[in-house]
Ligand binder design. Sequence first.
Ligand code: SME
Length: 153
Amino acid sequence: MKTKKESYELVLKQVEAILSDETDLIANLANVSALLKTTFHFFWVGFYWVKNNELVLGPFQGPVACTRITKGKGVCGFTWVNEETSIVPDVSKFEGHIACSPHSKSEIVVPLIHQNTVVGVLDIDSDELDAFDSLDRYYLEKICQLLILQSLI
Ligand code: SME
């Protein structure tokens, strides 16, 4: 059984492999969400993209989710405005949390930043409380940086 760090190191290599011969953004977001979901068995993994000053649902793995999020709303909208990763150990304690599923208990949202502007977010929900820590933040931020560097947007 691998440690979480070992799993992330492997995931990082797989992300690099996925991105090495493909520059299409949607294809890369789709494969990265599948890789994270199948490796860590998170409840929901997906991307929201900034379009016309709203976050719009992009490639994801997991149950059906809300399609549009207003700037500043929910953990995703908060992360967009704040331009920093949000870790929410208990979503019921986050004022304004948007509950797409009653099974989501904790959440991490990482901004995707291109030319100093947030262009989207990676959102991951767990069905366990307090599922995310600084290790998740470190590797997920690295993955988001690679996605932006390697994909044409
Ligand atoms: N919980 C998010 C909404 C998106 S779903 O979790 C997939 C939020 O509060 O922004």
